[in-house]
Design a protein around this ligand. Sequence first.
Ligand code: IPE
Ligand code: IPE
Ligand code: MG
Length: 245
Amino acid sequence: MDTESQLQPMPQHVAIIMDGNGRWAKQKGKIRTFGHKAGVDAVRASVSFAIKQKISALTLFAFSSENWNRPAEEVGVLMELFTLVLSSEVKKLHKNNVKLRIIGDTSRFDAKLVEKINKAQDLTASNTGLTLNIAANYGGRWDIVNASRNLCQQVIDGNMRVEDINEQVFQQYTCAQDLAAVDLLIRTGGEQRISNFLLWQLAYAELYFTEVFWPDFNEAEFSRAVTNFAERQRRFGLTGEQVSG
Ligand code: IPE
Ligand code: IPE
Ligand code: MG
């Protein structure tokens, strides 16, 4: 096979399911929350790689709508960590021209956290470098239902006709809005499932699963995923011959 002509360019939009913190900690004889704290370094490394490689958008799954059902103590530590990281990292992100967005149903977070989220989003809103989406209290089904509700409201209010709704318009009402579809989905921690992450946006994503637990994920591991992506042939329903011309 002529690999040279088949090489994919760099993925424009990468999404990551950051999984395996608890098992990483357990392996070390520590409590689960030790793994969540260690995972922050892997977030920094991934953001740094995305900036250097000029990836347009990075969407990180930090907390799912189902994760509320974990023990209260673990949820508490995760919320605390989220608040702390927002405070400590935003300045650096802004300096690096990163546009930060929190996607998900933030209405369930406490007022202090919501205020921090709004401030961080406002500060970085006009940045033109990497768009960094942090999915927090996010669920793919919620995103689709939420988009549908808002579209229905537009029709009821007379701002839109039913026949105006198409895939592009629908996409604008999801959390991803103007972002391109996900090119590459990475899941660490060995499980091979989507766990209600971006459902609409993953329609044609290339999927990459690694056994590496999230706290051990770093720039070298990210680079491995991107190299693997580069070797894929994306066909979008066409034949291999059509794509390779
Ligand atoms: C991912 O790691 C972080 C969150 C879901 C918040 P886990 O906490 O799911 O770690 P494992 O899968 O139990 O090892
Ligand atoms: C998915 O991981 C959610 C995040 C990484 C934030 P989970 O650990 O919650 O997924 P399941 O429960 O193994 O499917
Ligand atoms: Mg998990």
